[in-house]
Design a protein around this ligand. Structure first.
Ligand code: AMP
Length: 428
């Protein structure tokens, strides 16, 4: 967007934000226009480093959103971001544009230090590196993404939005494990919680759906994706969450066990002779729904149940039983609950999971209306009947929008300030 000054130079309003979510072998990106918070383009580079790398890019500025695909080896994150930048440039959305205000990065672990979105400096990056031992799977990929983006646009503010930040308001009695304090502190062992950007966004949207301010409501958020976590949010602040030092704790997930007796790990080591790395892979990648029945996609599990598959049915029951335990526990933690909110892939799409998780909880004021629950929609919506004491809702999450909002709030330019460039150089 541009305006023209008296002198004839154009003032470019830098109001675009690029959101980057860098995983170990993938980069997801979205370019947003913060004038109306609309998406200009979305994309994904996956299987980075393999022969079968793939880039999917969808520009959203024209009429029909048509996805372009590139296949063939993309060697590393730098090459992935370069390829994404080329695709964006082909749509007139080049990352060299003066309209780009900032790059917002999803960073998984911010420890106790990062309680807010933070402009990335060398010192901040060093601190994110110091947290690698508590997030060995995630933070290294996030750091690579940041370095790559910095190399691409060294002049631009880069902002880290931490998955853990929303949970830093948890009281000490919820965040501490009951283990030796010196050992815990020496190794920074405590409950950090993850998916915080989603829990923050969804709990705020739920308050909006109820027509009330976030400070007025207590909400239980159930983020049920391939990874899954629950949080108890009192008056807009997180007071408890199910993931812990790492994303392994809590609910049954697609491939993670969630809660187990920690002694299972000693047992596997001493009796089954497994190494620490093997146990890590077992609990993070071969457990949860996939460990229980061989499938981690809830659609496939429901299909198998409809065909009478008993293993799939047991996996579903274990998944739902764990959910119920957390709803009950967090009701007790909050004292008064105004809404239970489902979000993410399973939470937004699986009516049977929502129905089963709430069934039998009438004593807690929780009821689901079968008709409302069956409605498919991309909008926030209530699925409890009018008479229910506690609202049950489905609120689609939008972590990228939340990252863009937080990034822009931190570094976005207030109007009418802007970068002045001669008219001919304006990139639309
Ligand atoms: P997410 O991590 O939020 O992208 O969620 C991914 C998971 O959502 C998948 O593994 C599926 O189990 C689940 N999912 C996605 N679409 C549906 C659907 N239509 N019905 C049931 N489950 C779904």
């Amino acid at each position: 967007m541009t305006t023209t000054t008296k002198e004839g130079s154009a003032v470019v309003q830098a109001r675009r934000v690029l959101v980057l979510n860098s995983g170990s072998s993938s980069v997801k990106y979205q370019l947003l226009d913060m004038n109306d918070r609309s998406r200009l383009a979305i994309g994904l580079v996956e299987r980075i480093g393999e022969e079968t790398s793939r880039l999917l890019h969808t520009p959203l500025t024209g009429g029909d959103a048509e996805t372009r695909e590139r296949t063939g080896r993309i060697a590393d994150h730098a090459a992935a971001l370069k390829a994404a930048a080329e695709e964006l440039a082909a749509d007139g959305l080049g990352l060299d544009s003066p309209e780009l205000a900032a790059i917002g990065h999803r960073v998984v672990h911010g420890g106790l230090r990062f309680t807010e979105p933070t402009v990335i400096t060398d010192e901040v990056l060093t601190e994110i590196e110091r947290l690698v031992p508590v997030a060995p799977l995630h933070n290294p990929a996030n750091i690579t993404g940041i370095r790559t983006a910095q190399a691409l646009r060294p002049d631009l503010p880069q902002v880290a939005v931490f998955d853990t930040a929303f949970h830093t308001t948890m009281p000490e009695y919820a965040a501490r494990y009951a283990i030796d304090v010196e050992t815990a502190d020496a190794h920074r062992i405590r409950r950090y919680g993850f998916h915080g950007t989603s829990h923050a966004y969804v709990s705020r949207k739920a308050a909006e759906l109820l027509g009330r301010a976030p400070e007025e409501v207590n909400v239980i958020v159930l983020h049920l994706g391939n990874g899954a976590s629950a949080s108890a949010v009192a008056a807009g602040r997180c007071v408890e969450t199910s993931m812990g030092l790492t994303p392994l704790e809590g609910l049954v997930m697609g491939t993670r066990s969630g809660d187990i007796d920690p002694a299972v790990t000693f047992h596997l080591k001493r009796v089954a002779g497994m190494s620490t790395d093997e146990i890590d892979v077992l609990l993070n990648k071969k457990s949860g729904l996939v460990g229980l029945c061989g499938d981690n996609d809830m659609r496939e599990i429901r299909r198998r149940i409809d065909e009478g598959d008993e293993r799939a049915a047991l996996a579903f029951d274990i998944y739902v039983h764990r959910l119920k335990k957390y709803i009950g526990a967090y009701s007790a933690v909050l004292g008064r609950v105004d809404a239970v909110v489902f979000t993410a892939g399973v939470g937004e799409n699986s009516a049977p999971v929502r129905e089963a998780a709430i069934a039998g909880l009438e004593e807690l004021g929780l009821v689901v209306d079968a008709g409302l629950n069956a409605v498919r929609s991309g909008e926030p919506r209530l699925i409890s009947p009018n008479y229910a004491r506690v609202a049950v809702a489905v609120v689609p999450t939008d972590e990228e929008l939340e990252i863009a909002d937080q990034t822009f709030a931190l570094v976005g330019q207030a109007e009418p300030a802007g970068q002045q460039v001669p008219v001919g150089q304006v990139d639309n």
